[in-house]
Design a protein around this ligand. Structure first.
Ligand code: ARG
Length: 460
C-alpha cells in the first residue's frame, strides 16, 4: 500500500483497521466546500504576503476551484486512504496543479484548518436554520392571526385552568422561536472568529497576515491566542445548546399536537398528507410527525452532552479527540433542519384546528371560577375570602352536576349579595378571555397588539 501523507518518519504502512479507525473522510467530506474556500483564502494570503509568488497563488486558487467543480459534479470521491478531507483536497490539488500544490500547506496546520472549516460550515448552517425559524414563525403567526377569537382551554398541571385565545397559545411558540433565532445570532458571534494562522498550536515562522485571511473569509475577529484558537470548541457547544433549545420548543409543541389529536382532546384533525396509518388497526391515523420530532430531540441533547464530555479533560492544545466533534454537529444541524421543515409543513397544511369543538370545550368546565372570585374581589370582598366562597360553590355545583353558568340569580345571591345579573356575562368564556387585558395577557386587545408586533418582528 501507498505510504501515508504524513512523512518519511514512518517505515511501514498503517494497519488497515487502524487506518479506517483513524480516518474521518467518511463524514468530514461534508466540509469540503468550506475546506476549499478556506484554502483559497490561505493561498491568496500566501501570495499577498510574498510567501509564494502571485502566479503560484493563482494556480492554487484555480486548482482548488476545479476540485470544487469536480465535487459538485460527483467526480471527486476520495477513499479512506485520504484519511481526511484536508489531505484529500491537498492531494488532488497536487495532481491538478503539480508541485506547486505542495506549497499550499505552508504556514498552516490541519489543526487551524479544521477549526476554520468547522466554523465556516456552522456559520452557514446557522443562517439557514435562522431562516427556517422565520418560516416556522410565519406559519405560527398565520394560524394565530386567523384564530384570535377561537378559544382553547388553557392548562396548568394539564388540568383545565383558564380559557385562552388560540392565537395567544400559538404566539407563545412564536416567542420561543424568536428567542431561538436571537440565540443563534449570539452564538454566531463566537462561531465567527478565525483560528486560521494559529498553526499547529504555536503560530508560524512565516510572515503571514491573519487579518487578511479573516477578511477574505468574512470572519468578524481572529483568535488572539494560538493555543486557544486551535483547541477551542466552545462555539460548537454553544451551537449545540442553541440547537437543543430549538428541539425543546419543537418537542413541547409536538407533545401538545399529539395530545390535541387524541380522541380525548379532539382539538385538531390531522390531514392525510401529514399522518400515517397502522398496519393492523384500520381505523388509526397517527401523529408520526410530531412524535418523530419529539423523539429526535434526544439525539441533539445527546450530541451536546457528548461534546461537553469530549472537551472536559483535554489538555492544550489540539488532540485527536476533537475529530469527534463533527458527526454530532452535522447530525444536530441535519436534525434541527429536518424537524423545522416537517413542523412547518405540518402546521401549514397538515393540521386543522376544530374551532367549533374548541369553543365548546371552554364552556364545559370550571375554568371560569377565577373570574367569579375576581368578580367578588372587584366588589370589595378580599380576594382570599372570595376564593374560598367560590371553592365551595364549585364543590356544591359538581355534586349537583351543574356548571357555574347553570346557577340561578337567586342561588348566586344566596352565595353572596354582591352577585348581580351581570355575573353571567362575566363568566362567559369569551368575556373571561377578553377580561385578561393586562400586558402580555390573553385578552383580545392584548393579543391583537401582540400579533401586530410579531408580524413586525419577522418582517425582512
Ligand atoms: N481530521 C482531523 C479532525 O477532524 C483534522 C485535524 C487533524 N490534525 C492532526 N494533527 N491530526 O480533527
Amino acid at each position: 500500500t501507498e505510504k501515508q501523507t504524513w512523512s518519511q518518519r514512518f517505515e511501514s504502512a498503517l494497519h488497515p483497521a487502524i487506518a479506517s479507525f483513524n480516518a474521518s473522510i467518511g463524514f468530514d467530506i461534508e466540509l469540503i466546500e468550506y475546506d476549499i474556500t478556506g484554502s483559497q483564502a490561505h493561498a491568496q494570503m500566501l501570495a499577498h504576503t510574498g510567501i509564494i509568488s502571485p502566479t503560484e497563488g493563482k494556480q492554487l486558487v484555480a486548482g482548488l476551484e476545479q476540485i470544487r467543480q469536480e465535487y459538485r459534479q460527483g467526480n471527486f470521491q476520495p477513499g479512506i486512504d485520504a484519511e481526511d478531507v484536508h489531505f484529500a483536497v491537498e492531494r488532488r490539488l497536487t495532481e491538478i496543479v503539480g508541485d506547486v500544490g505542495k506549497k499550499l500547506h505552508t504556514a498552516r496546520s490541519r489543526n487551524d484548518q479544521v477549526g476554520t472549516d468547522t466554523r465556516l460550515y456552522l456559520r452557514d448552517q446557522i443562517q439557514q436554520i435562522k431562516s427556517q425559524l422565520r418560516q416556522f414563525q410565519g406559519v405560527l403567526l398565520d394560524i394565530a392571526e386567523q384564530n384570535l377569537e377561537t378559544l382553547i382551554p388553557g392548562y396548568t398541571h394539564l388540568q383545565r385552568a383558564q380559557p385562552l385565545s388560540l392565537a395567544h397559545h400559538l404566539l407563545a411558540y412564536f416567542h420561543m422561536a424568536q428567542r431561538d433565532w436571537e440565540r443563534l445570532g449570539d452564538v454566531c458571534r463566537r462561531v465567527n472568529i478565525s483560528p486560521l494562522g494559529c498553526g499547529a498550536l504555536a503560530g508560524t515562522t512565516f510572515p503571514i497576515d491573519r487579518h487578511y485571511t479573516a477578511e477574505l473569509l468574512q470572519f468578524e475577529r481572529i483568535y488572539d491566542n494560538s493555543l486557544d484558537g486551535v483547541s477551542d470548541r466552545d462555539f460548537a457547544i454553544e451551537f449545540l445548546c442553541a440547537a437543543s433549545l430549538i428541539m425543546v420548543h419543537l418537542s413541547r409543541l409536538s407533545e401538545e399536537i399529539i395530545l390535541w389529536a387524541s380522541e380525548e382532546f379532539r382539538f385538531v384533525t390531522l390531514k392525510d398528507s401529514c399522518a400515517t396509518g397502522s398496519s393492523i388497526m384500520p381505523q388509526k391515523k397517527n401523529p408520526d410527525v410530531p412524535e418523530l420530532v419529539r423523539g429526535k430531540t434526544g439525539r441533539v441533547f445527546g450530541h451536546l452532552q457528548a461534546m461537553l464530555v469530549i472537551m472536559k479533560g483535554l489538555p492544550l492544545a489540539y488532540n485527536k479527540d476533537l475529530q469527534e466533534d463533527k458527526e454530532g454537529i452535522f447530525d444536530s444541524v441535519n436534525t434541527v433542519k429536518a424537524c423545522l421543515e416537517a413542523m412547518t409543513i405540518l402546521l401549514r397544511e397538515g393540521l386543522e384546528f376544530r374551532t367549533q369543538r374548541l369553543n365548546e370545550a371552554v364552556t364545559e368546565d370550571f375554568s371560569n371560577a377565577t373570574d367569579v372570585a375576581d368578580y367578588l374581589a372587584a366588589r370589595g370582598v378580599p380576594f382570599r375570602e372570595a376564593y374560598n366562597i367560590v371553592g365551595k360553590v364549585v364543590k356544591t355545583s359538581i355534586a349537583a352536576g351543574k356548571l357555574l353558568k347553570d346557577l340561578t340569580l337567586e342561588e348566586w345571591q344566596q352565595i353572596h349579595p354582591a352577585f348581580a345579573a351581570d355575573i353571567y356575562k362575566a363568566i362567559s368564556p369569551r368575556q373571561v378571555v377578553a377580561a385578561r387585558n393586562s400586558y402580555g395577557g390573553t385578552g383580545f386587545e392584548q393579543v391583537s397588539k401582540a400579533l401586530i408586533a410579531a408580524r413586525e418582528e419577522i418582517r425582512e
